[in-house]
Design a protein around this ligand. Structure first.
Ligand code: IMP
Length: 426
């Protein structure tokens, strides 16, 4: 029996979805604990591509319970669309296979409108899904929770209480068109009724399942460097993306976590604004984007691409106490003569080895690089570690040694089978 947390170690889009999908085979429950539909997991099952934004990817497997924990913010419209799309494809999304925490907060239309309007002035490059404004209302204690959404009276009262203020803010401050209160209440009552069968006290479910010896897999979204406290603030998402949030965002305690698996792409990408020290704005960056299909699965935006950044990785490993790495998209590096890796930053003549809290304030930031030899061969058909090209193995060993963490999984392509497992985590 083991409970495993999966987190991204960079700025998101590390390939968590594929690894979660793989490990789901060995888990009984798959749980999301933060973020919302700003995430997007692309899974390739056979010849079919499935993109999920909210429901844990475990839903593609039979007889697993997928849970959305209290730390997630939920757009009910998107969730209902996702449920119906999965059902159309023949997947089981019933209250036996899917549960939503009664304490999770709801993303309301005004959250999305505020997110859009604000991002034109305070340019973060958000996904525009209303994530930040929904978490703001949660912290401000004016949020609407799933338990309220499924209770018609409570929902009406909660919307009544906040509506005028939101309307005023939208129309007077942001100067956008306001909302119709009755339409809003009716629409959300209807969606609440549809989602009601799934809404439960999921903390109880998870703790009981664990006591019975079930394997729990916690599926993180975004990455360590987008964490609200530890990321490149203010260019971060509005939730905690670190492994500790798996406890807070689901209602389990820290002693229940056995292993933290950090997903690390073999190079770095970032979408949206914010510092990205190893960014490549040249033909190598374009090559990584083209070969790696580096376009956001939520917004379709081209991702910024660059070399591996050990400063950012060490930071993530420390804040999430990562036990093992899954190194993904190694195949994308095939064909490069040499591969660079940033080992430290430089600023004002000093060497910076730990991620500074004020990274945004170092416009002159320099980099200290190691340069490793690349490999020519296409590695996507290789299933045994020993058969990888020598320089590819040397790159993996270099990362392991520099970070002091072993790789448990190496991914050499998007498909489930394009994977080399080095360590059994369950
Ligand atoms: P928000 O989460 O929509 O508020 O966006 C805040 C920042 O996090 C922006 O830079 C987004 O591009 C980034 N972000 C949010 N979700 C993801 C993700 O799933 N992958 C990568 N970046 C993300």
């Amino acid at each position: 029996m083991a409970n495993v947390v999966i987190v991204g170690t960079q700025w998101g889009d590390e390939g968590k979805g594929k690894v979660v999908d793989l490990l789901t085979e060995r888990s009984d429950l798959v749980i999301r604990f933060q973020g919302g539909n700003n995430a997007g997991h692309t899974l390739v099952v056979g010849d079919r591509k499935v993109i999920l934004h909210l429901i844990p990817s475990g839903i593609l497997h039979k007889e697993k319970l997928c849970v959305i924990g209290s730390g997630v913010v939920i757009d009910p419209e998107i969730l209902l669309d996702e449920i119906s799309a999965l059902k159309t494809k023949g997947y089981d999304v019933s209250p036996e296979s899917f549960a939503i925490s009664d304490r999770a907060h709801v993303i309301m239309p005004y959250h999305k409108m505020i997110d859009h309007a604000r991002d034109t002035t305070q340019r973060i490059g958000t996904t525009g899904r209303g994530i930040g404004p929904a978490y703001e209302d949660k912290a401000r204690r004016t949020g609407i929770r799933m338990i309220d959404l499924i209770n018609e009276d409570m929902l009406g009262r909660k919307i009544e209480a906040i509506f005028d203020e939101k309307q005023e803010y939208l129309t007077t401050i942001l100067k956008v068109k306001g909302l119709n209160k009755e339409d809003l209440i009716n629409k959300f009552k209807d969606m609440g009724a549809q989602l009601k069968p799934y809404v439960k006290d999921t903390s109880v479910i998870l703790n009981e399942a664990s006591k019975k010896g079930k394997n729990l897999l916690f599926e993180g979204a975004q990455g360590g460097n987008l964490d609200m406290d530890y990321g490149t603030y203010p260019y971060v998402t509005s939730s905690n993306t670190v492994a500790g949030q798996a406890c807070v965002g689901t209602g389990i305690g820290p002693t229940m976590i056995d292993t933290v698996l950090g997903i690390c792409k073999a190079y770095t990408t970032r979408v949206g604004e914010g510092p990205f020290p190893t960014e490549l704005e040249d033909e190598i960056g374009e090559r990584l984007r083209a070969f790696g299909g580096e376009y956001g699965s939520t917004t379709g935006r081209p991702r910024r691409c660059g070399w591996l950044d050990l400063v950012a990785l060490k930071h993530s490993i420390r804040i999430s106490s990562i036990s093992y790495l899954a190194i993904t998209k190694l195949d994308v590096l095939s064909g490069l003569d040499t591969i660079k890796v940033a080992t430290a930053y430089k600023s004002n003549g000093s060497i910076i080895e730990n991620m500074p809290a004020d990274l945004c304030m170092h416009p002159d930031l320099g980099l200290v690089f190691d340069e490793l030899p690349g490999w020519e061969e296409n590695i996507s058909d290789i299933r045994e570690y020993d058969k990888l090209p020598e320089n590819c193995k040397a790159y993996i060993s270099y990362i392991e040694k520099k970070l002091g963490v072993d790789a448990a999984i190496v991914s050499v392509g998007p498909k489930r089978e394009e994977t080399i497992i080095l360590k059994d985590l369950f």
